[in-house]
Design a protein around this ligand. Structure first.
Ligand code: ATP
Ligand code: MG
Length: 439
């Protein structure tokens, strides 16, 4: 029995049952993955969180009542099995359980809306409609175990490096920046919006003296995109740090990425095996590609991209053909980045903004921010925004705002890199996209 905090009659998870337990009585719990009735012997494959275990019931070795009970079991029903461990070279994992007692905890309805044994492939929409069943497949649950471990190691990395966790409001009065569409909501007698980014709040925190903050929370984007990389609700890993420039937070970002990858490799071996992923630890420092060079690289692939344009999907793909790894794009034109991005001191046409890419996928955007009030006002006006709607934010820049920098890293996009998922919906339990609001 392992030290568990949940009081449960289960003595072992499937993966804890091995030959060393030969002859011992165990209590296991889970779902019926498959039943094979060969007449004189019935095999029940019992699935739990971690794996699949074979329950072997030969008619000669179990009581007639128990044999009859097993014959009547239905797939995906939940059972408790008390039985004896027996080494068996033919069974999966080299062990089987000879049952003494089976308790049916809850019977499953049949037919199932989808095949949990993965022999019949289902469309993603069918799978998402019955997500609880879909998640019973180890190939699907592995994605979320990896995502959970990544978030754990990100938190640990930031905490160990002096960041404190903050929570900023998701009900907001106005847009964080121009460009992104917002979801309007009714806030008593007023109109409000769902937050598209914690950007302005984490910047205000830089005027608080906390120096280094992070937040892991949902962001809401009302864009009508229907792509494999966009959600309307996503989790953003955001950080902001004072008294530093964009180069400093780029180093934090690449170290965080490497730390998380190593941690996932160390702790999610069986999940990575299930997904057939050979995760490589990238070398640091990551390659830095200047925006101007990036234009040439994209054009050299036969994809048109002019100076002053953001990356088109075709341009992202062209870059992915050239660099199949993590890399930064730096030196972005100031005009195509948000107002809070610091123009470069050497050449104000260029900015102190960067994107972190993995092949053709943008996973993070960051920058050194403007910390001077007057320049910020000028930039807000130049981008056609109304400074009045930023009053409370702007005030933080009048009473001692230190220079600061930060980034936002998409948790789902990073999970795609870790799991090889090509559709971002695979990395969210219950995705929200243009068409999907349930379950
Ligand atoms: P893209 O250009 O790919 O649409 P973006 O530049 O609009 O992304 P940012 O505002 O820079 O996105 O957000 C920072 C990070 O948050 C992105 O790099 C990405 O990882 C994640 N992110 C942003 N929007 C979405 C979305 N709609 N769905 C999933 N992740 C997102
Ligand atoms: Mg971006």
């Amino acid at each position: 029995m392992t030290g568990r905090i949940i009081k449960c009659k289960r003595t072992h998870y499937s993966k804890e049952i091995n030959q060393e337990l030969n002859g011992e009585e165990v209590t296991i719990m889970g779902w019926i993955h498959e039943i094979r009735d060969l007449g004189g012997i019935i095999f029940v494959l019992l699935r739990d969180r971690d794996g699949i275990l074979q329950i072997t019931a030969p008619s000669k070795k179990v009581t007639p009542e128990l044999f009859k009970q097993i014959q009547q079991l239905k797939k995906e029903s939940v059972i408790t099995v008390i039985g004896t461990v027996k080494g068996s070279p033919k069974a999966p994992g080299g062990v089987e359980i000879i049952p003494q007692n089976i308790e049916l905890l809850n019977e499953s309805k049949l037919p199932l809306p989808l095949d949990t044994t993965e022999k019949v492939r289902a469309e993603i929409d069918t799978r998402l409609d019955s997500r609880f069943l879909d998640l019973r497949k180890h190939s699907i649950s592995s994605i979320f175990k990896i995502k959970s471990r990544m978030l754990h190691s990100v938190r640990l990395f930031l905490e160990e490096n002096g960041f404190i966790e903050i929570n900023t409001p998701k009900l907001v009065a106005s847009a964080t920046e121009g460009g992104t569409e917002l979801f309007p909501i009714t806030y008593f007698e007023r109109e409000a919006f769902l937050g598209q980014s914690p950007q302005l709040y984490k910047q205000m925190m830089m005027a608080s003296g906390f120096d280094q903050v992070y937040e892991i929370a949902p962001i809401f984007r009302a864009e009508e995109h229907d792509t494999l990389r966009h959600l309307n609700e996503a989790i953003s890993i955001d950080m902001e740090a004072a008294f530093c420039d964009h180069e400093d937070v780029m180093i934090t970002l690449e170290q965080l990425v490497v730390t998380a990858i190593k941690d996932v490799k160390d702790h999610c071996q069986s999940e990575l095996e299930t997904l057939e992923i050979d995760l490589k630890v990238p070398k640091t420092p990551f390659k830095r590609v200047d925006y101007d060079d990036m234009i040439d690289m994209v054009n050299s692939q036969g994809v048109p991209l002019r100076h002053g344009e953001d990356l088109s999907r075709a341009a992202e793909k062209a870059m992915g053909e050239l660099i199949n790894d993590y890399y930064f794009i730096t030196g972005w034109p100031t005009d195509i980045k948000p107002f809070y991005v610091m123009p470069s001191p050497e050449d104000p046409q260029k900015s102190c903004a960067f994107d972190l890419m993995h092949a053709d996928l943008e996973i993070s955007s960051g920058a050194m921010r403007v910390h001077k009030h007057d320049l910020l006002m000028e930039r807000i006006k130049k981008q056609g925004l109304n400074p009045d709607s930023f009053n409370r934010y702007l005030a933080a820049f009048e009473y001692g705002m230190p220079p600061h920098s930060g980034w936002g890293l998409g948790a789902e996009r990073f999970t795609m890199c870790l799991t090889g998922a090509s559709n971002i919906r695979e990395t969210v339990l219950f995705p929200r996209d243009r068409r999907r609001l349930t379950p």
